[in-house]
Design a protein around this ligand. Structure first.
Ligand code: ATP
Ligand code: MN
Length: 463
């Protein structure tokens, strides 16, 4: 029988009675003078393979060097396991220690760690059960997003990360420059001379790929973007990152109802994909992080989202008798507490709110006949609040340019955007799903810093 190295995820499904090689990191080692049980994990699954060693068969020094965190290659026989919890285990014949992990200094000892502490060791936290599960689910969701759109014939459009337009005032922007900040070139009037900068104009990291996405939709029909976006918002909340990933589909000929249908179908598809493909990890998270996780996921795929207007939503909030930190009145930008009240307390299911006041929404949203509201739609979720923001777009050249003037926006870098309304304009719609907000929902994690491998937030850019 030849030796073969296979991942632990597959190894655990193999039939006993063969010689195998397993490689991975030691999670725990226990036992006595005669026998040692090593739980080995290689990141392919939440489950460990148990390695059983007869201590007498191995040099003492080698056995001592096998501590939590060490990396091993184990050769042995795959045998039926006597213990509960696993079908098979490895009877070790040969062990190579690739790397030791000094038990005095290796920070991930067996005891449970707080999420705050794990953020300080972001370089090692992927080795924990929780982050292994979260990162595998993150991968599965990324794959499912591409599959969903590919199956529907959407084109994945790569929009730029460096931009000269302030997409929508969606958030404060990070400036991109190669100028020497200690010695800035000046114009005659003493202003910074951006002609001297790398792009010959002032540029920033994008807050959204939407505006370029619309250019794609006006040529290819249906497109989506899926990439990093950046917001220099100094909001230290469990739902905001300075660098996050966003999925932004944009569809020609979609009206707001079609847009809502797509958003609802999309999220349900992703949640169902997780239930179908990530059950081991979800079960772990359900046991360790959030006891209602799986039932919440199941309830979302089986329920029809509520659809109502912002105005109706505000009426419900006003009539609720609930004490909110921010008082409710028509015209305010709803806070997470209001969104969650509607979703969790009032309806008990996801809500799509539409037709927001135009003054709290972006310039490009289609104006309603009432002159006060726009055809916006936000999808509100339990635990999260806003998970999707979208709208039907204003397709009228006149109305769009009037709104730009009304808002006194600098339109020098928007000429190409308004051109779509000059040449072959069409009704169209789109939305943005925050990838990490989706992951908060799907994993049950409480803080957005813990669903992205290396979070970027105010005053933290380690790793
Ligand atoms: P919020 O009011 O929650 O700050 P927003 O209205 O600024 O969100 P949009 O500009 O509509 O959000 O962005 C689209 C989606 O991107 C949101 O629905 C949300 O899922 C996500 N999102 C927005 N800002 C952030 C952020 N700072 N970190 C992570 N995700 C975000
Ligand atoms: Mn925001």
């Amino acid at each position: 029988m030849g030796k073969r190295h296979i991942r632990i995820a597959e190894l655990l499904q193999e039939a006993p009675g063969q010689s195998v090689v397993a490689k991975g990191w030691v999670r725990t080692k226990r036992g006595n003078k005669n026998i040692a049980f090593i739980a080995l994990n290689d990141g392919s699954t939440i489950n460990n393979i148990q390695v059983v060693c007869e201590v007498a068969n191995f040099p003492e020094e080698l056995m001592k060097s096998i501590t939590t965190g060490a990396c091993l290659a184990v050769t042995g026989d795959l045998v039926e396991s006597m213990g509960s919890g696993q079908k098979v285990e490895i009877q070790a014949k040969e062990i190579v220690v690739y790397g030791t992990a000094d038990s005095e200094t290796y920070p991930l000892q067996k005891k449970g760690h707080s999420m705050e502490f794990l953020r300080e060791i972001g370089h090692l936290r992927p080795r924990t059960n929780t982050f292994g599960a979260v990162l595998r689910i993150r991968h599965a969701m990324a794959f499912a997003i591409h599959k969903f759109f590919n199956d529907k014939g959407f084109v994945y459009l790569h929009t730029p990360l460096i931009t000269a337009s302030d997409a929508e005032g969606a958030g404060a922007m990070f400036q991109v420059t190669t100028m020497d900040l200690d010695n800035l070139p000046r114009t005659e009037e003493g202003k910074i001379d951006y002609k001297e900068d790398f792009f010959g104009k002032r540029t920033s990291l994008t807050v959204s790929g939407q505006l370029e996405g619309e250019l794609g939709a006006m040529a290819l029909g249906n497109i989506y973007t899926f990439g990093p976006t950046f917001r220099a918002e100094n909001s230290n909340t469990p739902r905001h990152l300075a660098e996050f990933w966003m999925i932004e589909p944009e569809m020609a000929f979609y009206e707001i109802e079609d847009n809502m249908d797509l958003a609802e179908e999309f999220i349900k598809y992703l949640v169902q994909y997780a239930l179908d493909n990530c059950m081991d990890d979800l079960t772990f998270l359900n046991n360790m992080i959030d006891k209602e996780l799986i039932s919440r996921l199941q309830s979302v795929v089986g329920t029809e989202f509520v659809r109502l207007t912002y105005t109706e939503g505000v009426k419900i909030l006003e009539a609720s008798g609930e004490k909110f930190d921010y008082p409710v009145a028509w015209g305010i930008d709803l806070q997470s507490e209001h969104e969650r009240y509607l979703v969790e307390k009032h309806f008990g299911k996801p809500v799509i709110l539409t037709d927001y006041p135009k003054d709290i929404k972006a310039f490009y949203m289609k104006q309603n006949e009432d002159g006060k509201t726009v055809r916006a739609m936000d999808v509100l979720f339990p635990k999260i609040g806003e998970i999707i923001g979208g709208s039907q777009r204003e397709e009228s050249y006149e109305k769009l340019t009037n709104r730009i003037k009304e808002l006194d926006m600098d339109d020098t870098n928007l000429w190409w955007y308004v051109d779509t309304r000059r040449f072959g304009t069409a009704p169209h719609s789109g939305f943005g799903l925050g990838f990490e907000r989706l992951l908060l929902f799907v994993t049950g994690m409480a803080n957005i810093r813990d669903v992205i491998p290396f979070p970027r937030t105010p005053k933290t850019a380690e790793f």
